[in-house]
Write a protein that binds this ligand. Structure first.
Ligand SMILES: [Fe+2]
Length: 223
């Protein structure tokens, strides 16, 4: 066998093995890529709002626990109520989703997130409003992004019993000096402005309230 033949056979063998390691032909690679995209089409920071509700537990109560007691940060409780568009009638059965930064201003991950939570991070949760439209969020106070130019906030989206989904104005905090006329003038969503005043309750935990009429029927973008 000539040296040239040996060189050719070696090159051919290497090529076959390489294809095996990389998953086969370009067509196969393309199919796998498509399959992955189909498997988790919510793994996208700009995924449709419906992705916010894909990973939620089957059974929800009116209490959303975003952060457990081990989470670093100042503990807060937000007691809220969702109302129908008339601004008076309590709205039961609405699913609320929320997600937030950690005590350092990051949407930190635990590595087990899937779908849109790969972008929203581990500090997220869901609840369903009770008979009086009420809910509670038990969490820590989020920190501003490290850039320090946007008020600390908790993002939130709702899904009505009929299926309408949209974002609410963020939860923000009245004692944040970045909450000012400029911030309020730039709010995109109708309803309430999301500004929460925190005060210590009997146990010394900071607590705030929010009442939100659900007056919008279009999925305004998160911001
Ligand atoms: Fe944010």
């Amino acid at each position: 066998m000539s040296k040239l033949t040996i060189l050719f056979l070696t090159a051919a063998l290497f090529t076959v093995e390489s294809c095996g390691q990389t998953g086969g032909s370009p067509q196969n690679a393309s199919r796998q890529s498509t399959a992955s995209a189909q498997a988790d089409s919510c793994d996208d920071p700009d995924a449709p709002i419906g992705c916010c509700f894909v990973n939620m537990p089957e059974r929800l109560t009116h209490i959303m626990a975003i952060a457990d007691s081990a989470e670093k940060g100042t503990r807060i409780i937000i007691r809220g109520q969702l109302l129908k568009a008339d601004g008076k009638t309590p709205y039961p059965g609405v699913i609320l989703y929320a997600y937030q930064t950690d005590n350092n201003g990051y949407y930190s991950k635990n590595g087990r997130e899937t779908g849109i939570q790969r972008w929203h991070g581990r500090l997220h949760g869901w609840c369903r409003t009770g008979a009086d439209g009420e809910y509670e969020i038990h969490t820590i106070r989020p920190a501003r992004y490290p850039s320090n130019t946007i008020p600390a906030h908790i993002h939130a989206a709702v899904k009505e019993p009929g299926g309408d989904m949209y974002y609410l104005n963020d939860y923000v905090f009245a004692d944040d000096e970045l909450i000012n006329e400029r911030y309020l003038s730039r709010l995109r969503n109708p309803g309430d402005n999301g500004v929460i005043t925190l005060q210590p309750n009997a146990e010394g935990i900071l607590e705030g309230q929010r009442i939100t009429p659900l007056v919008q029927k279009t999925p305004a973008r998160r911001y």
